[in-house]
Design a protein around this ligand. Structure first.
Ligand SMILES: [Zn+2]
Length: 324
């Protein structure tokens, strides 16, 4: 996947910080364990000299080197067993004296012994790429607390919005990779963007990779990456859109609709449904307008697999303006 160099650099910085932390924790654990269980220090010292004794035994190549090596091997096994037992007796895990890597598969190097990229680095690249794209789309996070129902006229509209707010808050708090897809529908100025940003804020705080942006911006970037001069553009926005834990496409229908955009929207919706990744779409269009603007293929995918939340009433931004 052709990530930007800055994304690789950032991911490797994070890995190297993890390695440093693993070694720091190891040093602290050893110090504490040796102070509490002095025998562990003796075992550690003897095991450390064994490497050089084995090397000497091999180098001298005497007639009895085989016997000597076997003796050393058995001694090593017995010391390791004694150490494991001491740790267990003191309620410590057997790996307590080893570096505490975040990923044991690659020891936080990002690469497996075979030379292939480790799953942890793949995950990290995705997260860093999502942060990069969010920074470009200037994600200004809103919160549920700053969402005021006071701007909605009391009566059915406020009740309706109370329900929507409650649903979105619950959705964000209980988010998982198997959460539903949402379709936020209604005219401009009723809080769709505010609530989708509040969901993004809460889900990001739980450690998920969330991508938020206007569909028009995403489509423009992807088109440039696909058809522009790849070398000067960099990044793989489409892959990140397809892969992230939660994708929020804001303001679908406001962009200049071309066959490329229609195919792109279908690709995103369809791929994420097939791979079971939740998506939130907000739009000013009605269901039938979505079908006319894009295609019935898209509305049939949306209709079956998205829960729609209706934002109704008059533009609350006007009410906010009057209060200023
Ligand atoms: Zn790893």
């Amino acid at each position: 996947m052709p990530y930007d160099k800055s994304v690789f650099d950032r991911a490797h910085q994070i890995l190297s910080a993890r390695r440093r932390a693993a070694v720091d924790i190891q040093a602290k654990n050893r110090q504490q364990a040796f102070a509490a269980i002095p025998r562990l220090r003796q075992i550690d010292a003897e095991l450390r000299t064994m490497g050089s004794r084995i090397a000497k035994a091999v180098l001298t190549q005497g007639g009895d080197s085989h016997q000597l090596l076997e003796g050393l091997r058995l001694r090593g096994v017995s010391l390791s067993e004694e150490r494991a037992q001491l740790l267990r007796q003191n309620g410590l895990p057997e790996n307590h004296l080893r570096p505490q890597y975040t990923c044991r598969d690659c020891r936080d190097t990002g690469y497996l012994p075979s030379g292939r990229r480790c799953h942890c680095l793949t995950e990290l690249l995705r997260e860093v790429e999502a942060q990069r794209i969010n920074a470009i789309s200037s994600m200004k996070l809103s919160t549920f607390d700053s969402f005021s129902l006071d701007y909605y006229p009391s009566g059915p509209q406020r009740q309706q919005m109370e329900g929507v707010l409650y649903y979105c808050r619950d959705y964000a708090e209980t988010f998982s990779r198997s959460s539903h897809n949402l379709l936020l529908m209604g005219p401009t100025g009723l809080g769709k963007t505010h609530l989708s940003l509040a969901i993004a804020d809460a889900v990001v705080a739980q450690g998920y990779a969330v991508l938020y942006g206007s569909f028009a911006n995403f489509a423009g970037t992807i088109e440039r990456e696909k058809f522009g001069q790849a070398a000067t553009v960099g990044g793989d926005t489409l892959s990140t859109l397809l892969d992230c834990d939660l994708l929020i496409l804001d303001d679908v229908g406001s962009e200049f609709v071309t066959p490329f955009v229609t195919a792109l929207l279908y690709n995103i919706v369809n791929t994420r449904l097939n791979t079971g990744r939740p998506t939130i779409i907000s739009t000013n269009l009605t269901f039938s307008q979505l079908g006319e603007t894009y295609s019935d293929r898209i509305t049939s995918r949306l209709g079956g697999a998205y829960i729609d939340l209706r934002f109704t009433g008059t533009d609350v931004r006007l009410a906010k303006g009057r209060q200023r």
